[in-house]
Design a protein around this ligand. Structure first.
Ligand code: ADP
Ligand code: MG
Length: 702
């Protein structure tokens, strides 16, 4: 394969050289010609459209005008020198201004010639002007950039711009590269029949046309091809991974449900399961009968009742002589699970233990030996459960709550807790949009609880600013008078930990003043407290001894106080959507109407406003997750893409989900027809996959 041009270092490209090569590496992560080719424009300008000066308004972005430049005037001297001019078309006049290269521009402009002027109008002292416009003389009979189609715009940085690597500079070197490229360097590897059925253009054309499309249609086709390619390769890998996993991993079979499962279901279940809970249990049941290892992700909004599903799943294992474990990310949550579950299972005579970092060594020793001998059937705990010293006699199922808090390596440790890996169920209350789940967790099976237990009143969410502080506090007083409890949550991030802690403590002081003893009691909890103090403060609130709990996001996960019906979130603008939704899930757990009050300063950014709107409008975690993805998606920063957890170079989620689904279907189909890609038509693909095997990062779970 001739890859010499694309794999060659960027400084060898004509027009780059060592100095600019260094800059490209440092600032844009462009090391080779291939990197440059994959540095896609983030925007295009349609040079075929000519606007009129009269049409300019405050919303106008980049425009292209045609007319004459006159009244050129140099203002100031030396370093403060600038060049001002008037530009007139048949509808009006606008100012042009240059701060650099004044002499040179002055020399080149010919007042007797028509120019195409391109730039971004800005309002200055009530008049529009364009600074540093691109100008090009219109010469009859000579082709200008006009009509050449779409011009790519590349993102750049201040430093790069100073070294002639602005958008135009990058355009020039990319153009240089494209001129040298031949089809040999970008050979097609997708099977012809796939190109046909999906209506895709060739790779070579796509790479050229994404940089230099001559029309919107061409651009669309180029993007479609490259997006499909990206998603298809990703899916191919995932489908294959899954096939290998299913093939290789034998799973324990749980045929019996007689002893514990049915007894609990019939005689001790405190409520009726929701339809969604029933459905998920059936899915898990099917997995545990299949003879293959289960690797399942359970998604369910906060409060949707995942714990009871976990409990039933553990009983399936116990009924068949296996042990089970439940892993939680925090000590608070593990303890809460332990208390709830051992309470529920008491009538069945099942031995449940709690193992965390603060389990005393004598107790730990006793627990470890009993787990190893199999006398303890269920272990609930934190990371402490993952340690090698924790051994089971016969672990049949491992469940991970709030799986996103655990690393891949940590989850993988669970696989080694038995000679044959146990079934794995990971649960999350952070709903991952379906599209993203398909990409990130492509080799997992996904179950969804999309129904809340009956009788829940939707949480009322409002946005308030500092100006309403008194009204908000008075509202709290009313709620406390009704016997309710309240959370007040502050953001705390590591980068600004000291400051954040300070604002938390100031907030706590202010609240303590507004809600003084002995009429009110306030507790405070944050991650920097000693575990014992934290636990004590938490318990005071759980038991109803305090009315208000001031906390950082440590309460985000799991805490269950049904009597707490109001949540105030301070500095809401600093939280992401998914996190806000998680936090809000701490209220709305009882029968009372619950409230969530989102506090911000008077001025908030546009995206923060969007987030606030979404939070006030919906309680649906899946809608919020989709919105979160959309808001965090492309557009935040010019030319960069942040699609949640995965790095996609060109595809955008959720916008491209139809393409993703098509890619996934085709990946399945292809591997079904030709699992090893041996067929003549698929050989190039096989070859390509082999070549890209190293260096690729594939998301994998458990
Ligand atoms: P999460 O999915 O957030 O982990 P939990 O399992 O903690 O939710 O359940 C939230 C609350 O709902 C618990 O108090 C639980 O007992 C209750 N619950 C769960 N399922 C049902 C149901 N089917 N009917 C009534 N209440 C339920
Ligand atoms: Mg939970």
């Amino acid at each position: 394969m001739n890859n010499s041009l694309l794999s060659s270092p960027i400084e060898y490209l004509k027009g780059v050289g060592p100095q600019r090569g260094e800059l490209l590496r440092k600032y844009l992560d462009i090391h080779t010609c291939k990197d440059l080719l994959e540095f896609f424009p983030f925007r295009y300008i349609d040079r075929s459209v000519v606007n009129k000066i009269a049409d300019i308004n405050e919303q106008t972005q980049y425009i292209q005008l045609s007319g004459r430049i006159h009244q050129l005037k140099v203002i100031g001297t030396n370093r403060a020198k600038r060049l001002a001019a008037k530009f007139t078309d048949e509808t009006g006049t606008i100012d042009l201004v240059w701060f650099q290269s004044v002499d040179w521009i002055l020399k080149t402009i010919n007042p007797n010639v028509s120019y195409i002027v391109f730039g971004k109008p800005q309002l200055f002292k009530g008049f529009f002007n364009i600074s540093h416009p691109e100008i090009e003389p219109v010469i009859a009979g000579v082709k200008t950039e006009q009509g050449k189609g779409l011009q790519p715009v590349y993102s750049s940085t201040e430093t790069l711009r100073k070294r002639y690597l602005d958008s135009k500079g990058i355009l020039k070197i990319t153009q240089q590269l494209c001129e040298q490229l031949s089809e040999k360097e970008l050979p097609e590897f997708l099977p012809y029949s796939l190109l046909q059925s999906q209506d895709l253009i060739s790779r070579f054309r796509a790479y050229r046309n994404i940089h230099f499309p001559s029309s919107e249609g061409e651009l669309y086709a180029a993007k479609k091809r490259l997006k499909f390619e990206e998603l298809f390769l990703l899916q191919l890998k995932m489908v294959k991974q899954k096939a290998i996993r299913v093939e290789n991993s034998k799973g324990f079979v749980f045929p019996h449900l007689d002893k514990f499962f049915n007894d609990f279901y019939r005689n001790h279940l405190p409520f009726k399961l929701t339809g969604a809970q029933e459905r998920v249990l059936k899915e898990i049941r099917r997995d545990t009968l299949s003879g293959k290892q289960m690797n399942r992700l359970l998604q369910g909004d906060v409060g949707s009742g995942k714990t009871i599903v976990a409990l039933f799943t553990m009983l399936m294992a116990l009924d068949n002589g296996f042990q089970a474990c439940l892993l939680a990310p925090t000590e608070i949550l593990a303890t809460q699970h332990y208390e709830g579950i051992s309470q529920l299972l008491k009538p069945l005579g099942i031995h449940v233990v709690l193992l965390t970092g603060s389990t005393k060594s004598a107790a730990r020793k006793m627990i470890l030996s009993n787990l190893k001998e199999g006398t303890f059937q269920i272990a609930i705990g934190t990371h402490a459960l993952l340690e090698d010293t924790v051994q089971f006699k016969n672990l049949g199922i491992a469940i991970v709550d709030e799986q996103h808090r655990f690393g891949v390596a940590q989850r993988a440790k669970l696989w080694q807790k038995n000679i044959q890996p146990p079934h794995v169920l990971v649960m999350t209350a952070t709903p991952i949009p379906r599209t993203l789940a398909m990409t990130v967790y492509g080799d997992l099976d996904v179950s969804i609880i999309n129904e809340l237990p009956p009788g829940r009143k939707p949480i009322k969410t409002v946005h308030r600013t500092e100006a309403s502080r008194t009204a908000v506090f008075n509202f709290l007083k009313d709620e406390i008078a009704k016997g309710r409890q309240i959370y007040v949550v502050y953001p705390l991030i590591e980068e600004s930990e000291a400051l954040d802690l300070k604002s938390l403590m100031e907030g706590f002081d202010a609240i303590a003043r507004w809600f003084p003893l002995p009429d009110y009691a306030v507790s405070v909890v944050h991650g920097k407290m000693p575990a014992a103090t934290k636990e004590y403060e938490m318990q005071r609130f759980v038991k109803g001894e305090t009315d208000i709990m001031v906390a950082t996001t440590v309460i985000e996960v799991g805490v269950n106080v049904p009597n707490a019906s109001v949540m105030i979130i301070e500095n809401t603008e600093r939280f992401g959507l998914s996190q806000l939704h998680q936090l809000r899930g701490r209220v709305g757990r009882g029968a009372e109407q619950s409230f969530c009050i989102l506090m911000t300063g008077e001025k908030v950014s546009y995206t923060a406003k969007q987030r606030l709107r979404v939070m006030c409008e919906t309680n649906d975690g899946f809608v919020i997750a989709e919105e979160d993805l959309r808001l965090r998606g492309p557009g935040e920063i010019d030319g960069t893409r942040q699609s949640g957890d995965i790095a996609l170079k060109i595809a955008e989620l959720p916008q491209d989900s139809p393409l993703l689904e098509a890619a996934r279907r085709q990946a399945f189909k292809l591997l079904e027809e030709d699992p090893t890609l041996e067929m003549q038509e698929n050989k190039p693909l096989q070859e390509y996959l082999k070549n890209m095997a190293e260096g690729a990062i594939w998301a994998k779970i458990s």
